[in-house]
Design a protein around this ligand. Sequence first.
Ligand code: NI
Length: 136
Amino acid sequence: MKVTVSRRAHFNAAHRLYRPDWDDVKNNEVFGKCNNPNYHGHNYELIVSVKGPIDPETGYVMDVKILKDLIRSEVEDAFDHKNLNLDVPEFKNLNPTAENIVVVIWNKLRKHISTTLELEVVLYETPRNFVKYTGE
Ligand code: NI
């Protein structure tokens, strides 16, 4: 028997999608408004889920307080009110698309979560656009 425990969080951040090795025409063609040189912001929402057996002693899959603190230190403190391109080392040479952001978040959290638990991260860039990564 496995149960999924989820925690919702959010951060506000700015980004710009572009490739320095492409010219302006190509960057505009592929990334459109997201290529705005002066950056733009999103209210990112994320749902972090861990799935695993219930510990018979505690009755928990994972203590949600621990998960909450982990999301705060690894995601919120690192990304909130930041310019992802300029302030976050992981995106120095990586385009901060929703796809790449969700993989970075998953990798940061994975290191701190028991290997007996499966981890899934869903990241909303807008209320209608979201991506999911499970480590596959
Ligand atoms: Ni954007």
